[in-house]
Ligand binder design. Structure first.
Ligand SMILES: *[C@@H]1O[C@H](CO)[C@@H](O)[C@H](O)[C@H]1NC(C)=O
Ligand SMILES: [Cu+2]
Length: 230
C-alpha cells in the first residue's frame, strides 16, 4: 500500500508537471520545426514551463537568462513561418509576435534597445456579450513575414499573455520564446513603431491587468504597438 501511495503521488505530480503551462520550443519553417530548442533559444522554463509575470525583468525579453544558444534558420521575406507550442494553448489570452533586426550576427545578440516591432497578433473577440480567445487550442501559430521586410538577421519573439488570473498587478502570465532567422530576398520597408523589450509594457495596461470573468469586458485593447504589415 505504501509503495502504491508513493507511486500514485509521484504519478499525479508527474501529470501535473506535464499538463501545467506550455512553452514555444519550435520555429516553423515551411510548416515544420527542425526540433525543439534548435532555432529557438532554449528558455529558462524549458522544464518547469512556468510563466514570466514581471514585464520589467530581464527574463521578459527572451526568457533566456541562462544564455542557451540557438542556430539561425534562413527564410525568404514574404514566406510563412511560425511557432510550435509544447502543447495546445489552453489559458484564455492573446498573442503578440515581435521581431528585432540584429546589427550583425543574431546568434550572439541580446536584443537590447528600442529595436522591436510587432509583426503579428491574435487578439480577443467580443460578440453576443461574450469574450472569446481565438488563440485557445492552437498548437502552432503561423504568420507571414512582410515582403518588404529588409534582408538581414532577426530575433523573432512570441508572447502568449494568459489572462485567467490577470485582475491583480503581475497576475497575467507571459509564455515567451525567441527564434533566430536570416531573412533573404527582402525589401526596403521601414518596420515600426519600435519599442524596447522589456519596456514596452508597465503591466497595468487595460489588456494586461483586467478581470476577464466579471463583469465580462465589453471591449478589449491588445497590448503593444500596432502590427507592422510592410
Ligand atoms: C543568410 O543568408 C545569406 C543568403 O543566402 C547567406 O549568404 C548567409 O550565410 C546566411 N547567414 C546565416 C547566418 O545563416
Ligand atoms: Cu499555466
Amino acid at each position: 500500500m505504501k509503495s502504491f501511495a508513493a507511486f500514485a503521488l509521484a504519478f499525479s505530480s508527474l501529470l501535473a508537471a506535464v499538463s501545467a503551462h506550455y512553452t514555444f520550443p519550435g520555429l516553423l519553417v515551411n510548416g515544420q520545426a527542425a526540433g525543439d530548442w534548435i532555432n529557438i533559444r532554449r528558455t529558462d522554463n524549458y522544464q518547469s514551463n512556468a510563466p514570466v509575470t514581471d514585464v520589467s525583468s530581464a527574463a521578459f525579453r527572451c526568457y533566456n537568462t541562462g544564455g542557451a544558444r540557438a542556430t539561425t534558420v534562413t527564410v525568404a521575406a514574404g514566406s510563412q513561418i511560425g511557432f510550435k507550442a509544447s502543447q495546445a494553448i489552453y489559458h484564455p489570452g492573446v498573442i503578440n509576435v515581435y521581431m528585432a533586426r540584429a546589427p550583425g550576427d543574431v546568434a550572439g545578440w541580446d536584443g537590447s534597445g528600442s529595436v522591436w516591432f510587432k509583426v503579428y497578433q491574435i487578439s480577443a473577440t467580443i460578440s453576443g456579450g461574450a469574450i472569446n480567445w481565438p488563440a485557445n487550442n492552437l498548437a502552432s501559430i503561423p504568420f507571414t513575414l512582410p515582403k518588404s521586410l529588409p534582408s538581414g538577421q532577426y530575433l523573432v519573439r512570441i508572447e502568449h499573455i494568459a489572462l485567467h488570473s490577470a485582475s491583480a498587478f503581475q497576475g497575467a502570465q507571459f509564455y515567451i520564446s525567441c527564434g533566430q532567422i536570416n531573412v533573404t530576398g527582402g525589401g526596403n520597408g521601414t518596420p515600426g513603431p519600435l519599442v524596447a523589450i522589456p519596456g514596452v509594457y508597465t503591466g497595468r495596461e487595460p489588456g494586461i491587468m483586467l478581470n476577464i470573468y466579471y463583469p465580462i469586458p465589453a471591449t478589449y485593447t491588445q497590448p503593444g504597438p500596432a502590427v507592422w504589415r510592410g
